[in-house]
Design a protein around this ligand. Structure first.
Ligand SMILES: Cc1cc2nc3c(=O)[nH]c(=O)nc-3n(C[C@H](O)[C@H](O)[C@H](O)COP(=O)(O)OP(=O)(O)OC[C@H]3O[C@@H](n4cnc5c(N)ncnc54)[C@H](O)[C@@H]3O)c2cc1C
Length: 473
């Protein structure tokens, strides 16, 4: 072994976000000796934490979709079942140019299951609901036939511009930080076009997806959380990996990947790591960049970098917010004048455990900034922490209808997520399929993570398990 060699593991995982940690767990469970290399200092990637006013809060993901039971099952395996919690009732709102409305609860990505649902009617108006209901008489081929299609093109063709602007754009902007005209519907709403073909209308496809959603929140909310925050899932995963003797290395950025007769060789932090199996669990641009030399078939297929997202967390002494004026939070329609945030989560209005931890009259708000617009720019144009704080106070006041000033702030923090959300541009699903095919053909290699699975913990967890199962089969 040369001086720079860190030795041979059975399996190597690049990236210590949720997909990398879960890959390591599945590989270790299949009997492999595993090493995980993480570029940063912390584990968990987008599932991070920070302390603000003495409260340990999620700094990235704070809930999971319950349309599948993937995350709940993982939490169960890690002994966290009893900590799965539902958000407080009341749901979220949407801020439209003409004022706030309750966000209909029966949609997928804001697409309604029934255009005549009273909440949907209130948002769309009579003409908007009439246009949306044309969806039921259009042929199923409208929007389903094209090879690739954006979220906006599908929704507009089937349900019209008001559904797009008043319901879908705010939800998509809040979740994916991008204009729906730029996003591949098969990536951000997998199965929806199949449902349209099968059930004959988009509304029926949405209703079927909602019916099929599993998990503890089946009848109500489409998301759940963990008492103590989603980051407790990472803490539990890391503990589990240590118990399985997995080697966990932070501050170890992989800089090159090469093929060897035995498998793979990775260079990171001045050392070489050899392994029979390789799981690549980094973001899309980094994954393709690392693998291109070893898997030439993927050359030139690097996906675009995701939007830069900034989160401002405010801890306030503000008993006026006890009434939860906008339920669990509010999503902002892109054309809303005077508001630069794309979403506000009233975290203490959403989670009982947090309201209790914060104490009477104390509130946690989280505002997010930055989205990829049709013109390709990143929206808000706020650079410094102080600019973000000032904007968040103005936006929170406007969105909640309660004056909030610097004097109300007990503590605050800004967390930046540069390019962390995968950018599922139109055609991304086809590109990802081609990349995966080439990597499978290369052998002993798995590609995992949000950029291949689709954004969000539910998609990432179930896809990662599938991919590692195939790798170890
Ligand atoms: C602000 C924010 C809020 C979100 N909220 C939610 C939510 O509420 N619910 C939900 O379901 N989803 C949410 N998501 C999405 C969800 O967090 C992600 O889909 C998921 O965590 C992605 O996991 P991952 O392992 O694919 O990637 P990541 O978490 O991005 O992990 C990738 C890891 O790879 C490391 N890395 C990169 N390059 C290298 C290299 N060369 N060598 C070694 N390591 C490298 C990175 O440092 C990082 O730790 C949110 C995302 C963000 C950014």
């Amino acid at each position: 072994m040369d001086a720079n060699s860190a030795g041979t593991a059975d399996a190597l995982v690049l990236g210590g976000g949720i997909s990398g940690l879960l890959s390591a767990r599945e590989l270790a469970a299949a009997g492999h000796r595993v090493t995980v290399l993480e570029a940063g200092r912390e584990w968990g990637g987008c599932v991070g934490s920070h302390i603000v006013a003495g409260l340990t809060l999620d700094s990235g993901a704070e809930s999971f979709a319950t349309r599948s039971d993937a995350v709940a099952a993982l939490a169960g395996e890690l002994g966290l079942s009893s900590r799965i919690v539902q958000p407080r009732p009341g749901g979220a709102w949407v801020q439209l140019p003409d004022g706030p409305r309750e966000l209909p609860k029966t949609g997928v990505l804001g697409i309604p299951a029934n255009p005549w649902d009273p909440e949907v009617r209130r948002s769309l108006g009579l003409l908007g609901s009439l246009r949306a209901s044309l969806d039921r008489i259009l042929p199923a081929s409208a929007g389903a036939a094209a090879e690739v299609v954006s979220v906006a093109a599908l929704v507009k063709a089937r349900m019209g511009g008001r559904v797009l602007e008043r319901l879908v754009a705010p939800v998509v902007g809040g979740v994916h930080s991008a204009d729906p005209a730029l996003l591949d519907v098969d990536m951000v709403a997998p199965g929806l076009r199949d449902g349209l073909r099968k059930h004959g209308s988009l509304a029926a496809a949405v209703a079927a997806q909602r019916r099929n959603s599993a998990g503890p929140a089946k009848a109500g909310s489409a998301v759940a959380g963990l008492e103590g925050g989603m980051h407790t899932l990472v803490t539990a995963l890391v503990g589990d990996l240590r118990a399985r003797d997995v080697t966990l290395l932070t501050g170890t950025r992989a800089v090159s990947v090469a093929r060897t007769s035995e498998g793979w060789r990775v260079e990171a932090a001045g050392k070489t790591y050899d392994a029979g199996l390789l799981a690549v669990a980094v973001d899309g641009p980094a994954a393709v960049g690392l693998l291109e030399p070893a898997v030439p078939a993927i050359a030139g297929k690097k996906p675009g970098s995701g939007p830069d997202v900034q989160l401002v967390t405010l801890v306030l002494d503000k008993p006026d917010l006890d009434s939860r004026p906008r339920g669990t939070g509010i999503l902002v329609a892109p054309q809303t004048p005077g508001v630069r945030a794309k979403a506000l989560t009233h975290a203490t209005g959403k989670w009982d455990w947090l309201a209790e931890a914060a104490g009477p009259g104390r509130h946690v708000l989280r505002l997010s900034y930055g989205r990829v617009e049709g013109t390709g720019n990143q929206g808000a144009g706020l650079d410094t922490d102080d600019e973000l704080l000032a904007a968040s106070l103005m936006d929170a006041s406007a969105l909640l209808g309660v004056g909030i000033s610097r004097q109300d702030v007990v503590d605050w923090d800004v967390v930046r997520w540069p390019g962390s959300l995968p950018f599922a541009a139109v055609g991304h699903r086809a590109r990802v399929n081609a990349i995966r095919k080439a990597c499978t053909a290369a052998g002993r290699l798995a590609l995992v993570g949000g950029w291949v699975a689709g954004n969000g913990l539910a998609a990432v967890v179930s896809d990662t398990k599938d991919q590692i199962r195939k790798l170890t089969a």
